[in-house]
Design a protein around this ligand. Structure first.
Ligand SMILES: Cc1cc2nc3c(=O)[nH]c(=O)nc-3n(C[C@H](O)[C@H](O)[C@H](O)COP(=O)(O)OP(=O)(O)OC[C@H]3O[C@@H](n4cnc5c(N)ncnc54)[C@H](O)[C@@H]3O)c2cc1C
Length: 407
């Protein structure tokens, strides 16, 4: 009897916890910013009803950081893809800087994109909407959420958008089997390579594993510092203008995707549309030139079977028996999404169990978690948004789905 009363009191307290905030956005990256700007465009008064939380305390810090670390000169996506609501705004902004729109599809330079986003942030007055904090725990209070922050404080939000882009690095099996201890800097994942922090690499041989655009950027960075590069990929290097074909941005492919009711088949469609990593034709061209001048060797259709640290260099034994030596190994082997492994979602999954297909949750067409007011953006929304979910274009598509549910 006493226990029932205590439970009743707890339920009443939870039910009447007044939210401190209408909408909390976890993360302040491209996806969060896209949602914020589209939301304000639709409802001006939403401007002071949401806050984004990010350890950096500012918008797009992770975006700028990754472009700077890999010295990426321009985006892979065309100028129509950006966080602001009017698709043509970036083109107009670039009127006096047309040399920063790269052919053949007007790919904005890194600086142009940065300046444009800065202007959009000012124009929509969202500069002060980012709280400098990491969300350490997302506690479902049903119907609200308590967000625990790294400074020990917490607050209650009515609705939460998860835009943290939580990914897990993919490490090849042979790496886990390396028996010898080796200096950490001699084997790193591309995520932690900051080209700016590397001095001269003159005389070094660096083998980069992976055939995606990241491998290309890192190869160019290493060559520019005097290294000789080996580019190793499981299949033949492939050139594609975009990550996924433009047909995935509209009904051409999305109609069939959305009509597919088998979630596993949808997942397969996402995987095959992205089809692993690819280089842009421009990057492949640059690498082929570097290959002709002896700065890059291509090891295509090739996989490492074993790596040994020999005291001051690596010896690689490949599956076809080829042996290679190098000074550094860089893994540009990509990342993956796994909803079940995201610590922020542990309690949500417990309280609101959800079906998961290959790491992706089955959320509703508004990208809402079943049973609560939590919305997902980015790669985790791929089973609804499609293969470009993680890209800038995916941020717009996700906003178009989430905003009607919010307002
Ligand atoms: C090198 C590179 C180049 C790319 N180029 C393009 C391109 O040209 N065109 C394109 O369309 N796509 C591109 N992409 C893909 C994609 O657009 C980017 O990865 C983009 O940054 C994804 O945006 P996001 O908002 O999902 O994530 P992010 O930009 O990673 O932002 C997520 C933010 O959430 C924060 N965060 C994480 N956990 C927490 C937490 N617990 N609490 C609070 N905050 C948290 C992070 O600190 C980060 O600031 C590129 C990706 C990479 C890696």
């Amino acid at each position: 009897m006493r226990r029932a009363r205590v439970i009743m009191i707890i339920i009443l307290v939870v039910m009447f916890v007044k939210p401190d905030l209408n909408l909390a956005i976890a993360g302040a990256g491209v996806h969060a910013l896209t949602l914020a700007l589209h939301l304000i465009q639709k409802r001006k008064n939403f401007g002071d009803r949401f806050l984004a939380f990010d350890p950096s305390g500012s918008w797009l810090s992770q975006w700028h950081r990754q472009f700077a670390m890999q010295e990426i000169p321009h985006l892979r996506s065309p100028a129509v893809h950006h966080p602001a609501p009017d698709a043509f705004n970036l083109r107009s902004f670039a009127e006096s800087r047309t040399n920063e729109l790269h052919p053949p599809y007007d790919l904005p330079s890194t600086e142009l994109f940065k300046d444009f986003c800065k202007q959009a942030i000012q124009e929509f007055k969202v500069n002060d909407r980012v709280v400098k904090a990491t969300i350490t725990r997302l506690e479902p209070l049903d119907p609200h959420f308590r967000l625990w922050l790294d400074d020990g404080n917490s607050l209650v939000a009515r609705r939460v958008i998860l835009a943290t882009n939580k990914t897990f690095v993919q490490i090849p099996e042979w790496v886990n089997k390396i028996a010898e201890s080796y200096p950490k800097v001699r084997l790193v994942h591309s995520h932690s390579i900051d080209l700016r922090s590397l001095g001269s690499l003159f005389g070094e041989k660096i083998i980069i594993i992976g055939g995606g655009l990241t491998s290309g950027h890192l190869a160019m960075g290493a060559i520019n510092r005097g290294a000789k590069v080996g580019l190793m990929s499981r299949r033949k290097l492939k050139a594609k203008v975009f990550d996924a074909e433009p047909g995935w941005l509209g009904p051409k492919y999305l109609k069939g995707f959305e009509a597919e009711t088998d979630w596993e088949k949808r997942r397969q469609m996402v995987i095959s549309a992205r089809d692993g990593g690819s280089l842009t034709p421009e990057m492949l061209n640059r690498l082929e030139q570097a290959n002709r001048s002896g700065q890059v060797d291509f090891y295509e259709n090739c996989e490492v079977m074993k790596a040994e640290w020999k005291g001051n260099f690596w010896r690689l034994i490949c599956e076809d028996g080829m042996e290679l030596n190098c000074d550094r190994l860089w893994l540009a082997t990509g990342t993956k999404f796994d909803v079940k492994a995201d610590p922020l979602l542990t309690e949500i999954i417990e309280q609101f169990p959800i079906e998961v297909v290959g790491g992706f949750p089955i959320i509703d067409p508004c990208l809402r978690w079943k049973g609560c007011e939590l919305f997902l953006m980015g790669g985790l929304a791929a089973l609804q948004v499609g293969p470009t979910a993680r890209n800038i274009s995916g941020a717009r598509m996700a906003s178009d789905r989430i905003i009607p549910a919010l307002i």
